[in-house]
Design a protein around this ligand. Structure first.
Ligand code: SF4
Ligand code: SF4
Length: 381
């Protein structure tokens, strides 16, 4: 167990030596200008005798000047995690030699298979994985299941398994050929995600109004040292080259999208925790677990309109129209201002259970607190 009281996502650089077609960073492969000096970083981390977990991400962290020495310096007292494409073999060997695995949380290695094939570097990925694994590091290999990759995923997973590399699929988030993902994955892909409940861990939620430790014990740092409250809220708390004022305690979230890890920092009640579990299961296609989690939500909060609505969606897709109708009605009674509940109710009223011509599928809406807590809207079509 790592013993830290604060954590930071450090977006070290937007640069990267890869050029994945689905990347959402502009990925130049130019020299990184004005890197943050080790002493500036250590001075900041040592304020108040805190112990930090520094999550190093990019772009590609291993291209950062003197990356391994920087990791060595941070891990004397603090901890690190690294997101990497695992492509810089020399630096990876150096890292494995000089950094203690006991000071490293997880290494998230992304397997960008098309990019690797283009570079004839598939074997290199396997070798670099084993260099780190043999040195005692925990490496989680992610594979972004882009819709274009759906056909080849199974072969890839078998190939890497044979070579001692376990893979976790990650949902692609975005538009492809006019369809929104992850909502529009095929049943086969949903089945793949259902085998990997951890795949939905990075789902986007809306926690506006909920107390959160973002800005207090969790922050994000930009390449130039600017400190934001968190990955989702760009409220500037200072710059490590100058001064930084962190919040003294948890304060309400002010934004509609919490893209990353915020779920570990918001103060949720048991009903909300179950609801989040339900949504994570839902996004990975594990509908039974999702339905169970929504039912648990209702045990703690029988007026939880989102859980009612979402169980209604499952009832609807199982053709139990009367049950779906009751649930949508109940949700709409609790929050008459939520158009989605009314829309879902109208759909059950117009549905013809005999022909099962249900019209457009209903949507999942995730309102936990009427004014405070919305999760990302998900189409079930
Ligand atoms: S390796 Fe990651 S950061 Fe680099 S181009 Fe690919 S997706 Fe973007
Ligand atoms: S809930 Fe997410 S976006 Fe909101 S303050 Fe917390 S970490 Fe930031």
């Amino acid at each position: 167990m790592l013993n830290y009281n604060k954590s930071m996502i450090w977006n070290m650089t937007r640069n990267c030596n890869f050029q994945c077609s689905y990347c959402y960073f502009p990925h130049q492969n130019t020299k990184i200008e004005n890197p943050i000096s080790t002493s500036t970083l250590l001075n900041f981390l040592s304020t108040n005798n805190d112990k930090w977990l520094v999550g190093m991400t990019g772009g590609e962290p291993f291209i950062y000047p003197n990356f391994v020495s920087l990791c060595e310096a941070i891990t004397q007292k603090h901890y690190i995690g690294v997101d990497t494409n695992l492509s810089l073999s020399k630096q990876i060997k150096e890292f494995a030699k000089r950094i203690s695995p006991s000071r490293v949380n997880d290494i998230y290695a992304s397997l960008h298979i098309e990019e690797r094939e283009k570079r004839n570097a598939v074997t290199q990925f396997i070798e670099n994985y084993h260099t780190l694994a043999n040195a005692g590091f925990t490496i989680k290999v992610n594979y972004v299941l882009h819709p274009l990759m759906e056909d080849r995923y199974q072969n890839d997973i078998d190939f890497f398994k044979k070579n001692g590399v376990p893979i976790t699929p990650r949902p692609f988030k975005g538009m492809f050929e006019g369809k929104k993902y992850p909502q529009n994955y095929s049943e086969e892909s949903k089945h793949i995600f259902a085998l990997h409940p951890e795949a939905g861990i990075k789902m986007v939620f809306n926690f506006r109004g909920v107390d959160c430790d973002g800005g207090h014990s969790f922050i994000r740092m930009e390449p130039d040292g600017t400190i934001f409250r968190c990955p989702g809220d760009r409220t500037v708390l200072g710059n490590i080259h100058d001064s930084v004022s962190l919040y003294e305690s948890a304060t309400p979230c002010n934004v509609n999208r919490c893209p990353c890890q915020g779920v570990h920092y918001v103060k949720l009640n048991p009903a909300e925790n179950w609801f989040i579990e339900g949504m994570r299961s839902f996004i990975t296609g594990a509908e039974k677990s999702a339905a169970n989690a929504f039912r648990q939500t209702l045990l703690y909060d029988s007026e939880h309109s989102s859980a009612l609505n979402n169980i209604g969606v499952f009832a609807f897709s199982n053709n139990d129209i009367p049950h779906a109708k009751r649930l949508f009605k109940h949700a709409a009674r609790i929050h008459p201002n939520i158009a989605l509940y009314r829309k879902n109710l109208a759909l059950t009223e117009s549905a013809d259970p005999e022909t099962q011509q249900l019209g457009a599928s209903p949507q999942l809406s995730e309102i936990v607190r009427p004014s405070a807590f919305l999760a990302e809207k998900i189409d079930t079509e």
